[in-house]
Design a protein around this ligand. Sequence first.
Ligand code: ZN
Length: 201
Amino acid sequence: MSSILRCLERLKEAFYALPSVTPKGAAKLATDFIKLSQEERVKFMNEISQASQSIKICAVCGNFSTADICDICSDTGRRDEVVCVVEDVMDVTALEDAGFDGKYHVLGGRIDPLNKVMPDDLNIAALFKRLAEGKIKEVIIGTNLNRKGAATARYIFNEIKRNFGNITVTQPAHGLSEGSEIIYVNPQTLKEAVERRTSFQ
Ligand SMILES: [Zn+2]
């Protein structure tokens, strides 16, 4: 294999490490990258390098942040007593677009025993630690409305009821259809679903 092909192959592997990139997509990105001018490549690498150095995980909610505690957790203008539990940081973005004004807790995935993802593998213990502090009065379970999201929601609901009986647990209203993933719901529908949230059942 020629050295440029080896170089392309390595780039392809690097891009393929991103979960949403397909093998074909990775090949396209690798080719796009080598077609950039030297100056453009340096600029691209600087952006990646700077982002890589500044990204942290918020010590409170598990969201991405550039500080130890994210902007949302440290925002005193938001409601502290309502926390929406979501699977992924992208869900936070979707709920922010929908105007949610409480706080978040990002699980970093969903319970998925077939793929060996158990509750201990997710950011769940930190949620219970937050609840034990006593400030949070309501937890909105905003996991995706598919089988794994529902199983994760059920587990969290049961644990909250068992350990924190005085905390209200709700879920977005049924305007969201079965199988919905939060990030694909349009902001207005998501806003209404959160506003008209109901007791978790
Ligand atoms: Zn945070």
